[in-house]
Design a binder for this molecule. Sequence first.
Ligand code: GLP
Length: 244
Amino acid sequence: TVYPDKQTASVKVAERIARLIQRKQEAGEQAVLGLATGATPVGVYEELVRLHQEEGLSFQNVVTFNLDEYYPMLPDAPQSYVTFMNENLFDHIDIKRENIHIPDGTLAPEEVAAFCLNYERQIEEVGGLDLQILGIGRTGHVGFNEPGSAPNSGTRLVTLDDLTRRDASRDFGGKENVPTKAITMGIGTIFKAREIVLMAWSGKKAPIIKKAVEGEVSGEVPATYLQLADNVEFVLDADAASEL
Ligand code: GLP
């Protein structure tokens, strides 16, 4: 779906999330959301905060699982995805803290594998992800599933691509300060979500969106795996869609 601009698109995605939350509330159930970081979803979170503050949307029945976190990373570091989520969403809504899940960047190396298995188990225990939102990196990564990721991959420790670290260098004051690793949900984890929405804005994303949507399905561009699922919507602004 192509919208003229990212504001319009972000409001539409936020409304879809709000409808899901309300539908689940009426059924007395929890809504399980897979959340993303980066600049792309900021407008969606802004609109969700507005719906909470001005229109009474409650997040009491919402459980969240974030896609990824740098490794190693302290939760209160300015670049952590914990800080990002608190500042952009969680500090401004009524979500229960115990319902928030973000991969732990403070684990000892020998603890990572068990943590990742448990992350998958926690998602399953609440009935799986109802809706996963995604951005896309210029390498074609979703979450931090870089080129070479397998379609059935689960939550795991990965090595970041050089381009990804370059793109993150502004947040860290230089590429050399960007962690070389991250913990990310896998392509397989994302695929199990009942609905998937991938968002992209601006001409900077146009070449990778063309590859993701029209290119050959391949681990070289992990987002192309999404062509194999029928529960995926790409939500784009006109500039990101300009090469399609
Ligand atoms: C990071 C995140 C991804 C995100 C990507 C794009 O690498 N781990 O989940 O999709 O950046 O970032 P942005 O939305 O800032 O373009």
